[in-house]
Design a protein around this ligand. Structure first.
Ligand code: PMP
Length: 405
């Protein structure tokens, strides 16, 4: 067959080769450029990975459980890990069993599976914007429409705002990218509206354990369980957790906690996605919980990341406060900074920043529509304090170069 005919038959890939996808993959590949100071990725600090402990566990567990680690495993996850996750999140109010838990290959797969079981083309996802770019990436093939909701208690009638949506998506703890922490009245209103409307409420919570100031607030799933205490959880909240930020993202082990019916549907979708998550990594995650490694790491992560957050905000005060405004986040991994006054297109900061040796996330990628180019997302967990200071100096130079051009 002539080569030209093959070209004619080639699909357009228009869903995949978008400008946003291109920008996101540039973030990921830029992480490897030497001397570039990367504020763009949502990356944990490499030095926090418990390398020796995980390497020892990998050897020990492979020898002890060769079938679990190296064979195909159950699609819904290693039963012992499902039990351990159910135990970890069970509270006097929230009653969970294994049937409420699906193990996934990263929170990204959780999002993908939720799109597959819930979203038909043109259906509506209600969310706050800016929102997590990876969620929009995962859902793009489902061709949803997005409806912007402002999650602020007392400001709006949330049940009406949600009406007709297929799912509600929120990152209540230190959102990616905004760093926003939803207050308790807002959480209660969101949960009440989900119960009234019966719409699935996806609570994406990879950063919940990384809180640097103040007391934690109730999870949406706990607030939802208050409505039927004592029974196995069967409400509308779909809670997503992950080992990525509290242990190591390369393990690609995460979980969904939800009503048993939702877990069964997601399991069916997972079967066609990857059959099962890696057994060795699930065993490592389970052992890391059982041996107290995850609990031991948490205070060390909090101390390190709090120091880095403070260093970033102090450096921004010194070098960027005439150009940007921001709130200091009380947890998570990101500062969201908005251009103050003279408007520049932050997409242009990508190239100008690369010339100076610094990379930030431009706001456009965190919105489903065009025209949101007045902010940046800065990660503060990955770089040591000295690099943070130098990176902010480089960024200030890049901003001035864009302003001049
Ligand atoms: N949700 C949010 C809000 C995130 O920030 C991330 C990671 N950047 C994920 C989900 C996915 O994380 P993972 O696939 O590593 O579990």
């Amino acid at each position: 067959m002539p080569v030209d005919n093959l070209a004619v038959r080639r699909p357009q890939f228009s869903t995949w080769l978008t400008a946003t996808n291109d920008l996101t993959s540039r973030f990921v590949s830029a992480a490897r450029i030497p001397d570039l100071i990367n504020f763009a990725g949502g990356l944990p600090a490499l030095e926090t990975f418990p390398t020796d402990a995980l390497a020892a566990l990998a050897k020990e567990l492979t020898l002890q459980y060769p079938q679990d680690c190296l064979g195909y495993g159950p699609t819904d996850g290693l039963p012992e890990l499902r039990d351990a996750i159910a135990d970890r999140f069970t509270s006097p109010i929230l009653c969970l069993s294994r049937e409420n838990v699906l193990i996934t290959t990263g929170g990204t797969q959780s999002l993908d599976l939720l799109g597959k079981v819930l979203i038909e083309p043109g259906e509506v996802i209600a969310a706050e914007f800016p929102t997590y770019v990876g969620a929009m990436d995962a859902w793009r093939p489902r061709q949803p429409q997005y409806r912007e909701i402002v999650f602020d208690a007392g400001c709006s009638d949330l049940a009406s705002a949600f009406a007709g949506a297929k799912l509600i998506y929120t990152v209540p703890n230190f959102s990616n990218p905004s760093g926003k922490f939803l207050d308790l009245p807002t959480r209660e209103e969101i949960v009440a509206a989900a119960h009234v409307t019966g719409i699935w409420l996806v609570e994406d919570d990879p950063y919940g354990a990384l809180q640097y100031d103040g007391p934690p607030l109730a999870r949406l799933i706990d607030l939802s369980a208050h409505r039927s205490p004592g029974a196995i959880y069967d409400g509308p909240v779909v809670y997503m957790g992950s080992f990525s930020k509290e242990l190591a993202p390369g393990l690609r082990v995460a979980w969904i906690i939800a009503a048993p019916e939702m877990i069964r549907a997601l399991k069916a979708a997972k079967q066609g996605a990857d059959l099962c998550s890696p057994g060795l990594n699930q065993r490592i995650g389970l052992a890391a919980m059982q041996h107290g490694l995850v609990d031991e790491m948490r205070p060390r992560l909090i101390t390190l990341y709090r120091e880095r957050r403070d260093a970033l905000c102090a450096a921004m005060e010194r070098h960027l406060s005439d150009m940007f405004v921001w709130d200091v986040p009380i947890g998570g991994m990101f500062v969201w900074a908005t251009i103050d006054g003279s408007r520049i297109d932050t997409d242009r900061l990508l190239a100008a920043g690369m010339d100076e040796g610094v990379l930030v996330g431009p706001s456009s990628v965190f919105f489903p529509s065009d025209g949101n180019n007045a902010a940046i997302r800065l990660n503060f967990t990955f770089n040591p304090v000295e690099r943070i200071e130098e990176g902010v100096r480089r960024l200030a130079r890049a901003v001035r170069a864009v302003q001049r051009s």
